[in-house]
Design a protein around this ligand. Sequence first.
Ligand SMILES: Nc1ncnc2c1ncn2[C@@H]1O[C@H](COP(=O)(O)OP(=O)(O)OP(=O)(O)O)[C@@H](O)[C@H]1O
Length: 537
Amino acid sequence: MDLFLHYLRMPYLLDGVGYTLLITVLGLLGGLVMGVVLAAMQLSRFRTLAIMARAYSIIFRGTPLILQMVFCYNALPMIGIKLSAITAAGLALALNEAPFIAEILRSNVIGVDRGQVSAGQALGMTPAAIMRRVIAPQAIRSMVPALGNESVSALKNSSLASVVAVQELTLRSTQLASATFDFFSIFFASGLMYLVLTGAIAVIQIVVEMLLDLDRPPPKEQLARFLRALLPGRGTPAPLAPVTPPDVAAEILDEIATDPLPPPSPRSGPIDRAARARRLAGNNAAVEVKQLRKSYGSQNVLDGIDLTVRAGEIVALLGPSGSGKSTLLRCINRLEGWQDGTIRVGGRFLGSDEDGRPLSPRVTAQMRASVGVGMVFQQFNLFGHLTARENIAGPLRWVQGLSRLDADRRAQELLDRVGLAHRADALPRHLSGGQQQRVAIARAVAPGPAVLLLDEPTSALDPELVGEVLEVIRRLAVEEGLAMIISTHQLRFAGEVADRIVFLAEGTVIEQGPAEQILRAPSHPLTARFLSTMNAE
Ligand SMILES: Nc1ncnc2c1ncn2[C@@H]1O[C@H](COP(=O)(O)OP(=O)(O)OP(=O)(O)O)[C@@H](O)[C@H]1O
C-alpha cells in the first residue's frame, strides 16, 4: 500500500499525467476545429466539398492511430515538416478524432426536426440565423454525451503517443516498471490516475448536461442533484423523486383545464358577403400563380395551376389527399422549387429575380420577410428549445430587428389574444397540440404579414382541440384582414370564413367559386363526391 501511495505521488508519473493531458487537449481541440470544418463540408450544397470530406473520413477512420502518429513524427520530416514528438502526437490524435467528431456534429445537426427549419425559413430567417438560433442550440444539447465519450476515448488513445517516445503516463509507467520490477503497484497507481482523468471528464459532462437541460430546476435543487450524482450513496439519503415531475403534472393539468380565449372583438359579426366580394374585387393581387407545374421525379404533382388571391381575400383549398395542396402552399412561399410557371407574392417573384434566375437562400429569406408572407404548418413546427414567448419574440428580434422589450411585449400581447398568456414560459413539449398550434399561429401573425398560408392547421389535432385553433385563426387572421390561403378539411369553417373555395384534384384546379355556392351546389362530380364523403364523416 505504501508503495502504491508512493507511486501515486511520484513527480515522474505526475509529469507523465501532464503530457497525457497535453496530448489529449491538443487532439480534442484540433479534432473539434477540423471536425466542424469536415461537418460543414459534408453538409454543404457543394458536392465536391462533401466528397472531399467523406474521403478524408474514410482514410483517417480506416487507418490505425498508431500508424498516423508514426507518420506525423517520422514521415512528415521527409517533406520538410519537422515536428516535436508532442506536436506530432497531438496532430495525429487531432487528425484521427476529426472525422469521429464531424460525424457526431453532422448526425446531431441533421437530427434536428426539418419542420423547424421550414418554419424558420417561412419566418424569413436566413440559413445562418436558422443554424445559429434553431439548429445549433438543439444539436449541441444532444451531442454532449457523444462528445463526452469521444473525450474519454481520446484520453485513452493518447497512450499510443509512447510509440513516438512522448513521455506520457503509459510510457513512464512501463519504463518505471521495467527498472523497478514493481509492476503491480506502478500499474495500479497509473490506472487510478487514468480513472481520475476520465472521472473528471464524466463530471464535466454531467455539469454541461445539467446546464443545458431545458427542464432545469432552480439552482438550489440543481446543486443538490449535482452532489447526489457525484457522491452516490453518501450523505443524507436523497428524497425519492416524485413519480410525476412538476412540469408533466402542469402539462396534464393544463390539458384538462380550459384556457378560454378572451372574448371576441366587437368587429366579429355576420358578414355581408356581397359587399365583401365587391370590395375584394377592387383589391390588388396578393398572390398570383400562373401555369405552375411541379413534379417529383416522374410524378406530376401540380399541373398548370392558375390562382389569384386578392389582398384581404380568404381562399380555402379543398381536395383529396395527395391532390397537391401542401405542395402548392410550399411553392407559394418558395419552400419548394418548381419546373414551370410563375408565382408572384405582393407583386414580387419570391426567390427569383425578374428574369426568373433563382436568388440565394439568404436573399430569398430576406424577401419573404419584406414581402410579408407567413405560414402555419400541420405539425406546428415550434422551435423545441424555446418557450412559447420566445418562439414568437425570437423571430421578431432576429428578422424584424425589434428590441427585446418590444418583441416580448408583442409576443405577450399575442399570447393573450390566443388565450395562452399564462403559458408564456412553457416549452412546446409541455403544451397540448392545440396550444402549440395557437402559439404557431400567433408566431406567424406576429410580424404583421400581408399573406398567411395555412397548411391543414387542424389535421394533426384531436377532434376536441380543433375548435380552439379554428377560433384563433378566425380572430388573428380573418379579423385582421390578411389574405389567406388555407388548406383544410373543415368544411363548416371553410363555409363560414372563406370568400372562395378552390378545389384541387391531381394537381389541377377543377372547380372554384364562392364558398357558399361550391359547398351547396358543386358543379364537378369529383367535388360533389369529395364533399359528400367529408360530410358523411
Ligand atoms: N418531397 C416529396 N418528394 C416526393 N413526392 C412528394 C414530396 N412531397 C409531396 N410529394 C407527393 O406529391 C403529391 C402531393 O402531395 P401534397 O402533400 O401536396 O398533397 P396534399 O393535397 O397536401 O395531401 P394531404 O391532404 O394528404 O396533405 C403526393 O403524391 C405526395 O406523395
